[in-house]
Design a protein around this ligand. Structure first.
Ligand code: PCA
Length: 320
């Protein structure tokens, strides 16, 4: 009898496993048309295909499920199994999250990739301690200055209402004497329409997403840093998958990372052209503005190193 029940239970488990479909929610903060979100949709489709529909990931772009600053905690707590975060937004929690938000540490795609490789093992360890895993990370295009008025030197930014999206962009505002106001990408158009923002630093991609050309007329292509979005997964949710499904997720993540970095470079070129086509002045910064911003960057990297015990070793690995 006992034996029979055991067989029955085993058969039940087997048949449930064979038909089981796991559903994951993936909150993301940027609009569905943004290249990161398009890449997330492709990642989800890949996983669905590779697992024969066993794991279905629903992407919720545009901060529709969780607001940008809440996504990390949602994944950690299991309210969402997987999610996309802007790493540098969490710098105040742990300084290393902000490594790629420091101005002029890595200003090209090649350097941003090198910085990522140096940062990755430390990131993985931290996320592991928090009950999560890093699936992949992709750089945003290089960050430049958008402004309502022409900016020839940092002094021209004094007093301007400056939109910040993370602690580093808020610190830049302080150092140039602007007034920082934190506004997430999902609320940026609205903030511009109501006059809360006169200047900010972000990519051409976000410039186009939020139609910054409707309110700001100048873009200076400073190429100051390339912050990264990371896709993180709750470790318990991942561990609950069978081995084949886990492998499919990791394979799709590796592909998404490679595709995402390629897409970012293309989007950089494409979106700067869109800004121009919409009447924006798109120029390199003047020598003075560049030197001023580099000084700001030097101060910030120094401050960051003072607060980041693992910082110097990471920079040494990056520069090797
Ligand atoms: N866009 C995001 C972060 C970096 C970027 O290029 C934003 O402006 O919020």
């Amino acid at each position: 009898m006992k034996h029979q029940f055991g067989l029955f239970a085993a058969a039940l488990v087997l048949s449930t496993a064979a038909h089981a479909q796991t559903k994951w929610d993936l909150p993301a903060a940027y609009p569905a048309t943004n290249f990161h979100s398009v890449n997330l949709a492709a990642f989800a489709a890949d996983v669905n295909k590779a697992t024969g529909g066993k794991l279905q990931i629903t992407v919720h772009p545009g901060a529709s499920l969780f607001k940008a600053p809440e996504i990390k905690r949602a994944v950690q707590g299991g309210q969402a199994q997987v999610g996309e975060i802007l790493l540098s937004a969490y710098q105040n929690e742990w300084q290393m999250f902000g490594a790629d938000g420091q101005p002029f540490l890595a200003t090209s795609y090649a350097d941003a990739m090198k910085l990522y490789k140096a940062q990755k093992p430390i990131l993985e360890k931290k996320l592991g301690e928090q009950g999560m895993m890093l699936l992949y990370a992709v750089a945003w295009p290089p960050q430049g200055i958008y402004s309502k008025k022409p900016v020839n030197s940092a002094a021209d930014l004094k007093g301007s209402k400056w939109r910040a999206y993370n602690p580093a962009t808020a610190r830049i505002a302080e150092l140039v004497g602007a007034q920082p106001v934190t506004v997430q990408a999902a609320e940026l158009s609205q903030a511009l329409a109501t006059g809360v923002v006169e200047a900010n630093m972000t990519s051409g991609a976000t410039g186009v997403d939020s139609k910054l050309y409707e309110h700001l007329k100048y873009y200076y292509d400073v190429q100051a840093w390339l912050p990264k979005n990371a896709v993180i997964v709750n470790k318990r949710a991942f561990d609950a998958l069978d081995k084949a499904t886990q492998d499919a997720v990791l394979k799709a993540a590796a592909d998404a990372e490679a595709n995402g970095w390629k897409a970012s470079e293309k989007v950089n070129a494409d979106t700067l052209a869109v800004l121009k086509a919409n009447g924006m002045s798109v120029e390199p910064p003047s020598a003075t503005l560049r030197a001023d911003m580099q000084k700001v960057g030097e101060v910030m990297v120094k401050e960051w190193l003072e607060k980041t015990p693992e910082g110097q070793a990471m920079l040494d690995a990056y520069r090797k």
